[in-house]
Design a protein around this ligand. Structure first.
Ligand code: NAD
Length: 336
């Protein structure tokens, strides 16, 4: 196996919430990193060492330059995307062009350039609505443009899997936790902490009984790095990335967060009940890769609370609410 020092990893979407945390962790371990991103949230990788930054759109980066960037790369982790349901609905055609076709371009060029592994972070949202526990063999039920685009790239990328080009899909649970360089307060755990911090009360979608699986951002990165490093052939496989005991109904989740940060529970309700509800099994990733998360909702919520108290992140910064920031960019004339 390649030692960390000479393993070369290309990360798309490296300037995002998961990407910045992943790039920091890879940099600390002395990997050689190439980061491709439009940097729509700013120069979020500004002072990280050993990163070759390419500010570009995965859809139209010049093919020769793209192939140059991919030459001698061992592993691609393909994070670039419009990263949630509301952003995906801003312009569904653009969403498919990035999340499906753009990432298919990355995968195809990677295969042509002799990259060994292609890792696709997809989403458990492809399970949509399901009353029963779902696992990797369950029938997907994608309800939104974002989820449909994820399912499309999963299928097309897996079709490229071969002996010399291992394609592995990770369906991430809903991510939470602090990512200092690019924070997302549109993710439910982070949002609940931010609301309690700013107004002492949290607004939940009516009902509060919809199920979701959760995973901490640094555990996601740990899982992706394990996949990049492993000698096991994970080619052609799909893994749910998370932990069985981090499936929660939203009201129970909010209760846990109030308790973790030691505040009195206060709720208000909005909208009609959420049609997306899924609880997910994660035994496959545990058995095959020995993956066990180190974080839980309580420790993750407390860390965000402390960062808010220390002004390391801001709940009111427009950039930290993905769809609002994208709307703002569009008003400024920047095309998605
Ligand atoms: N955060 C979650 O809860 C979660 C859950 C499941 C899956 N995922 C997936 O993980 C990936 C990263 O999510 P995130 O939370 O870090 O989102 P993010 O919005 O913080 O990061 C996405 C990054 O992609 C970049 N980008 C967007 N379009 C691009 C393009 N055309 N070319 C190049 N770069 C482009 C953006 O500038 C941004 O830096 C996404 O594919 C998302 O669907 C995230």
């Amino acid at each position: 196996m390649l030692s960390k020092r000479n393993m070369k990893i290309l990360v798309t979407g490296a300037g995002g919430y998961i990407g910045t945390t992943l790039t920091e962790m890879l940099s600390r371990d002395s990997y050689e990193i190439t980061a491709i991103d439009r940097f729509l949230f700013g120069d979020t990788l500004d002072d990280i060492h050993n990163v070759n930054k390419i500010k570009a759109d995965i859809r139209n980066l010049d093919t020769i330059k793209f192939k140059d960037a991919l030459r001698n790369i061992d592993v691609v982790i393909d994070l670039a995307a419009l990263s949630n349901d509301p952003s995906g609905e801003l312009d569904p055609v653009k969403t498919f062009s990035i999340n499906h076709l753009g990432r298919f371009r990355v995968a195809s060029l990677a295969k042509r350039e002799g990259v060994r592994k292609y890792i696709l972070p997809s989403s458990c949202s492809i399970y949509g609505f399901n009353d029963e526990f779902v696992d990797e063999s369950s029938e997907p039920n994608p309800l939104t443009t974002y989820a449909k685009a994820n399912l499309m790239i999963e299928r097309d990328a897996l079709a490229l899997n071969s002996k010399d080009f291992e394609v592995t899909v990770f369906r991430l649970a809903t991510v939470y936790g602090l990512s200092r360089r690019r924070m997302r307060f549109d993710l439910v755990v982070n949002d609940i902490v931010g609301q309690i911090f700013t107004k002492g009360i949290t607004t939940l979608t009516t009902g509060g009984n919809q199920w979701r699986p959760f995973v901490h951002v640094r555990d996601v990165c740990k899982g992706l790095i394990t996949a990049a490093e492993t000698k096991k052939d994970l080619g052609g496989e799909i893994f749910n990335l998370g932990q069985d005991n981090q499936n929660y109904q939203i009201l129970d989740l909010a209760r846990k967060i109030f308790s973790a940060i030691g505040k009195e529970e206060k709720y208000e309700w909005k909208g009609s009940p959420d049609t997306r509800s899924y609880k997910v099994k994660f035994d496959k990733i545990k058995k095959s890769m020995g993956f066990v998360p180190g974080w839980n909702i309580e420790s993750g919520a407390k860390e965000i609370w402390d960062a808010l108290e220390n002004s390391q992140v801001s709940y009111t910064d427009l950039r930290n609410i993905t769809v609002k920031w994208y709307k703002h960019l569009m008003e400024e004339g920047i095309d998605l």
